[in-house]
Design a protein around this ligand. Sequence first.
Ligand code: ATP
Ligand code: MG
Length: 752
Amino acid sequence: MNRSWLDALNKEQSDCVQHSPNGPLQILAGPGSGKTKVLTSRIAFLIMHHGLSPSSICAVTFTNKAANEMRARLVKLIGKDRTAQVRMGTFHSICALFLRKHATSVGLDGNFTICDADESKKLISNLLKSHKDFLTSKDISLKEGTVLSMISKAKAKGQGPDDLIPQKLHAAKTAQRTMSPIQDDIQRIVAEIYKCYEKTLRQSNSLDFDDLLVFGVKLFSQHPGLARWCHHVLVDEFQDTNTTQYELMRCIAAANQCVTVVGDPDQSIYGWRSAEIANLAKMRNDFANVSQIFLEQNYRSTGSILAASIAMISQDKSRIPKTLRTTHSLGPRPVLRPFPSEHDEASFIAYEIKRLVAQTGGMLTYGDFVVLLRYNAISRSIESALQKERIPNRILGGHKFFERAEIKDLLAYLQLVDNPQFEPAFSRAINIPSRGIGEKSLAEILSRATKLNISPLAVIERICDSKIPDLKVSVKRKASPFIAIVRTLKKLAAKRTSPADLITHLLKLTDYEDHLKRTQPDWDTRWENVQELINFASETTAGPVSMSDPGASQDSLSGSDNDETPLRLFLQSSMLSSEGDTSNADDNEKVTLATCHAAKGLEWPVVIIPAVEGGTFPFYRTDDIDEERRLLYVACTRAQALLYLTHSSKRKFAGDAKRKDLSEFVSAVLQTDQSLFADNPHHLAPSDRQLIATILGREELLPDQTEVDRRMALFKHENRLSPLYCELVDSASQAIGSHPTPRSESEINGNP
Ligand code: ATP
Ligand code: MG
């Protein structure tokens, strides 16, 4: 076995990798200490040294993107073939795969559809209607999003509808404080809706995202034989697992009790989605002889970025302190910079990105920058500043590709072909393109479907075949072409036509391009998305989890034929995909905009965090200040070489400009140590460029001074910078803090 990759690890990392394959292990360490690297290396070691079969290893990541990255790292260590056999993915994708195969074992149909949040909201919105009068009489405003989130939290905790009934909550003392009569009312209604929602989902033969986990737990706990293939479970980002995910891990690991988890309590940022940091302690109770190893060496960031980040997280007095040493020298201090308005802040960010590309002689490119946002709306001013300066950018984890209307239109047809019972797909597809079938007729069709206990599609088919005589004649006329399209697609799908070809047929049958042209002003962009969907379909072969057939040799309940159709695999991939999975190669040349949550586990050479203000950090709606501080800590520790925190004294929120102060998380640090931040951008010295090159492993790209001077001259020439901006950046290295803050957008953007 080639051990060179093993030799590159430090002593503690190497101990983790070589730890007994049978002993449960917790690896706890700060950001950038190589937890994910160690997890990947441990998989390789289990296979190459201990001879475990790749298909007996289950590796769980937080996102599909993280799974893809881990897979890419693993290919380098053990090659493509072995990597392909490792069962790797998110908890959701692993559950989806096994549930498809063994659906009947938990009372489901194998052709269930995965219902996304948007579809769930629509179902709940319908169910809320029957409580409308009561809610109005009590002056209670209850939105479908709130109900869905309460149901989702219950599922994450393994609670059913009855567990939400107020009396139960009071008895179980799970209600944090005494509930008011209004809260009791809300709770009761949510419990009722939860019950009906479950019923509707089952009638539609569908599962929402939380159900995948709930039914996954059911499957593996009721049929332990199904997890017998699994010799070792490895979980990344363990601090953010919820109760149901933990249960899943326990069930999958039940046979061999071999588990390795990596995590960092300081980076726990999903409490709002019911993540349970207590799972670390629970694991020590549930598994025998759990070992703990701590990693203390940070390989990701410069010393000064780490120092400022640690100072920030250390404000949380309740946390257990841990050591985190840096491998690298100090480097430029993080920049903390105030602006008079969000526009000034955004223009500064755009110029700084360009300047840094120039000042590193092109060693940094646009793809090396990320702007991390606390919430999506902040991106608007930044996006327009970047566009104005013609800086290419992309949004990671923002508006998801598969949530776009045109994509959902097409998927609705395909979902219907795969599962005629799936009501959300039926309700959407029937009016694409518009057929004038109104809400009333639709409601009538749906209610008949319930009465006759058949799918809404079957109701329409019967109407069109004149087997149901009444219902308006116009409905029959309007629905006939729809039925014809679905029937044609069904025939094609039965012949195992590829999903890409099915979409192409669908586009023709519905004259979809024409529909877009008639109804959408930005039809060309939407049409491009449609083409992208075809690309995605043609690339999708085995779903998002590149796992071999779970019903393979050791699986006692196996033996059923693999009846997965290409269409079903494609639909599953698209429902479980995140934005990161559909990124293109040229994204490497774009500045990334991402939410702080979406940036978890990732790293970038330069990180810029705007709006580091009160109301943003901590977010005004939060009830967990410490989690907000951890979120800022996660954001800062994504940076490898340079970090910027910016804030504005004014920011528009819901149309009103509000006065803003610097975030308390940062001002608390400044009170104890002002020297951790610089308030002006740095003039990068040759030693800074050397440091950046070392951290990024780009020594061969290290520019000479002539190249830097040439690019800087070009930058100043091409950009009509204000004298103030030039002054700000040119003299930054001389006297930090001696320059006035730019007062308006025109002072930064103004003519020279
Ligand atoms: P996070 O908590 O943010 O998820 P992490 O602990 O998982 O961070 P990794 O992403 O595994 O950290 O590693 C951070 C960076 O450090 C990566 O670029 C990785 O390649 C590098 N790294 C880790 N260990 C070593 C090592 N022993 N030698 C060189 N580079 C290393
Ligand atoms: Mg990691």
